[in-house]
Design a protein. Structure first.
Length: 307
């Protein structure tokens, strides 16, 4: 069973989902969907109720966009654990919906931050870029999507944290997410991307302060998540459009997923911890992933009513 007492390496995460697919062959399927710049495997786990009905509606979730946000893959793994190992208590979430989950979008960055204290706060991918004679690694994968790319809240200078990349989709990792989105969006209900930190539930748009036509539906889903978490734990989540409650930033995956056709698109920013906010001690994992699941479960329940 999944451990919430320590952070997993990328190799352990891959083994964990492979093992679930072997143990639950009728309900769980894994698929290699691409490779990172440094040739690490990008692998999805699809969770179903095993009834074999094809082309159900789908929720697509990912984690590990930003290298230093270790609580994100941990929380995504806990969602997987609940949907698979605690299936009896969550069967209604899987009756008419499949879940497709990519636990680590940026494994090169995730592994790099595990190499020492200098690397610990690294955010981007690891593809090298030359700038003024020096080599810096990576673009911000959450500024690299081709929707109002680099228009707002992004940098065009390599070596900066929010570097949008030399071109949209310059990073192999964001191409993989884009292609998954387009392959799923015809039946896509929710795109949910897990980040840290700040306790936010953010919906489009992030490239403009304008709200989408369906913003009241997005607000209702986000509010369901925030209310459930506060009621269960007391932790307060702020919800609203990315631009209006956090900051403007174009080229992010949430806006792209919504543009690609998912009814609902949410960035969830989890609880802070440690010295920087991005480094909760391992003793906090269990508490944080459980409060996250309460919110995700409540949002998924709300979707069943609405879509
Ligand atoms: O800036 C980001 O990419 C996200 N925050 S983080 O601290 N995890 O880096 C927020 C993204 C919100 N979405 C948009 N602005 N589109
Ligand atoms: Zn992030």
């Amino acid at each position: 069973r999944l451990s919430t007492e320590r952070y997993y390496t990328h190799a352990e995460i891959i083994s964990y989902i492979n093992d679930l697919a072997v143990r639950y062959p009728t309900r769980v399927f894994v698929k290699t969907v691409g490779w990172s710049y440094e040739k690490r495997e990008l692998k999805t786990i699809t969770i179903t109720n095993g009834d074999g009905r094809p082309n159900k509606k789908v929720n697509f979730m990912d984690g590990g966009f930003h290298a230093r946000e270790w609580i994100s893959p941990a929380a995504v793994l806990y969602v997987i654990d609940q949907l698979v190992e605690n299936f009896e208590n969550n069967a209604e979430l899987l009756l008419d919906y499949d879940w497709v989950i990519l636990p680590v979008v940026n494994p090169d960055g995730y592994e790099y931050t595990q190499t020492g204290t200098v690397a610990r706060m690294f955010r981007r991918t690891r593809q090298p870029y030359k700038y003024l004679g020096v080599t810096c690694h990576g673009a911000d994968p959450n500024r690299n999507f081709d929707f109002h790319w680099a228009e707002e809240g992004a940098s065009t200078t390599p070596c900066t944290d929010t570097y949008a990349g030399p071109t949209p989709f310059s990073e192999p990792e964001t191409i993989v997410v884009r292609d998954l989105m387009h392959s799923l969006s015809a039946r896509g209900i929710m795109y949910l991307t897990i980040h840290s930190y700040g306790n936010y539930l953010l919906y489009p748009w992030g490239w403009t302060s304008d709200l989408p036509d369906t913003w009241e539906d997005l607000d209702e889903v986000a509010r369901a998540g925030a209310d459930a978490i506060e009621e269960a734990t007391g932790t307060q989540y702020t919800y609203g459009s990315s631009t209006n409650v956090l900051y403007i930033a174009a080229g992010a995956s949430d806006d792209y997923g919504f543009y690609a056709g998912f009814n609902v698109s949410i960035t969830m920013e989890l609880s802070a911890g440690g010295a920087t906010g991005f480094d909760p001690p391992a003793t906090k994992i269990d508490e944080y992933v459980k409060e996250t699941w309460i919110g995700i479960r409540a949002m998924a329940q709300k979707l069943l009513e609405k879509y």
